[in-house]
Design a protein around this ligand. Structure first.
Ligand SMILES: CC(C)(COP(=O)(O)OP(=O)(O)OC[C@H]1O[C@@H](n2cnc3c(N)ncnc32)[C@H](O)[C@@H]1OP(=O)(O)O)[C@@H](O)C(=O)NCCC(=O)NCCS
Length: 87
């Protein structure tokens, strides 16, 4: 399984960047024979999980109350996109 993070322009002024980046990621991941792609997102990031959900990722794990450097505890949501049935 490969891990990704996606960073495009903030503010929704230039839509489509994230999905184009993911299309390129998918081609590379398939060429390398990966079974699945994982994205782990902080639960206080409302847009990230929604974005990955639109791309077809589904939640497969959640780590509860993981501390930030300042001690604030935030869940981490892991979402997976299967490339092969076994993924
Ligand atoms: C998340 C991020 C990469 C999305 O990039 P983007 O270029 O806006 O994404 P796209 O325009 O390709 O959107 C693809 C789909 O996701 C949806 N989507 C994107 N951002 C969304 C948001 N904040 N809330 C709800 N849906 C969202 C779009 O509506 C689109 O769905 P559609 O095809 O039905 O229209 C970008 O907002 C970003 O860089 N955010 C800051 C970094 C971050 O939090 N990354 C995620 C964690 S690693």
């Amino acid at each position: 399984m490969g891990d990704i993070g996606t960073f495009a322009r903030l503010g929704r002024t230039q839509r489509g960047t994230g999905s184009r980046l993911f299309a390129a990621t998918l081609r590379l991941a398939a060429a390398r024979g990966l079974a699945a792609i994982n994205a782990t997102i902080r639960a206080d990031n409302a847009g990230g999980p929604a974005f990955y959900g639109r791309l077809g990722f589904t939640e497969h794990a959640r780590r509860r109350a993981v501390p930030l450097r300042d001690g604030t505890r935030i869940d981490r949501i892991s979402k997976r996109f299967a490339l092969r049935r076994s993924g």
